[in-house]
Design a protein around this ligand. Structure first.
Ligand code: ADE
Length: 232
């Protein structure tokens, strides 16, 4: 899979892709992430990529021309499954969207800034608009990193334990159950006996019970969706 991210603040995106799982996914050749500096497509030698919004006065808007040039340049090389714009008024990102996007071959992610991007880019180039939650960030970069992380860890081969993505919170619609590690007894705080029993079936039953309990307590909205008829 290949992800092309278009930004006017490329430095903001360096670190997240150069650490841990995201870095390993790239060195293993499973994912290619390319960051494009929008200023390389600026309209003049002053590196201008933004301008005042018509009719509003205050607030800068990313212009259509640099974005068109950058996107068209990328499209000359390959077909893209989605051209995504990160924006607080997009559809809210969730695990289901991450699963869908992880199956794609090539995607572009555009990071907005200031007051946003020229609406014509959204109308004519963008195929999907994503928000990572109901709050406003100063730009789309951190949101793009969040979305990329959630997608990349689902690409087959990225996680060393193939099953671990399957047992994540939300992957089956439930929150993940609690986990414990050594020692079994720390200053009187004990690991539940069942986890030390070696009985795989009993352990699975316990994990499902805890996942359901946790989901019901912390996310009654999800629980209701999964078990609409359950009374207790
Ligand atoms: N850009 C600014 N705020 C954002 C958000 N909540 N989600 C996605 N992109 C954004």
């Amino acid at each position: 899979m290949r992800i092309d991210i278009i930004t006017c603040l490329p430095k903001l995106l360096e670190s997240p892709f150069n650490q841990s799982i995201l870095h390993r996914a790239q060195t293993k050749g499973l994912v290619e992430v390319k960051i494009h500096d929008l200023r390389d497509y600026a309209i003049n030698k002053h590196q201008q990529v933004d301008d005042y919004a018509y009719g509003v006065g205050a607030g800068m808007v990313l212009m259509i021309e640099p974005l068109d040039k950058c996107i068209s340049n990328l499209q000359k090389e390959r077909d893209y499954d989605e051209i995504i714009f990160m924006t607080p008024d997009g559809e809210t990102f969730d695990q289901r969207s991450a699963n869908t996007l992880s199956l794609m071959k090539n995607i572009i992610i555009i990071c907005g800034h200031y007051k946003g991007i020229d609406e014509r880019v959204r109308e004519h180039f963008v195929t999907k608009e994503i928000s990572i939650g109901d709050y406003v960030l100063s730009g789309g970069e951190l949101a793009a990193a969040v979305v990329s992380d959630a997608i990349i860890r689902l690409v087959p081969g990225v996680l060393s334990d193939e099953t671990s993505a399957l047992t994540d919170s939300f992957q089956d619609g439930l929150l993940a159950p609690p986990v414990y590690s050594r020692p079994a007894d720390y200053k009187g705080m004990k690991v539940p006996d069942v986890l030390l029993s070696g009985n795989d079936a009993k352990i699975e039953e316990w994990r499902l019970e805890k996942a359901m309990e946790r989901t019901k307590q912390r996310r009654p909205d999800l629980y209701k969706k999964l078990f609409p008829d359950k009374k207790d």
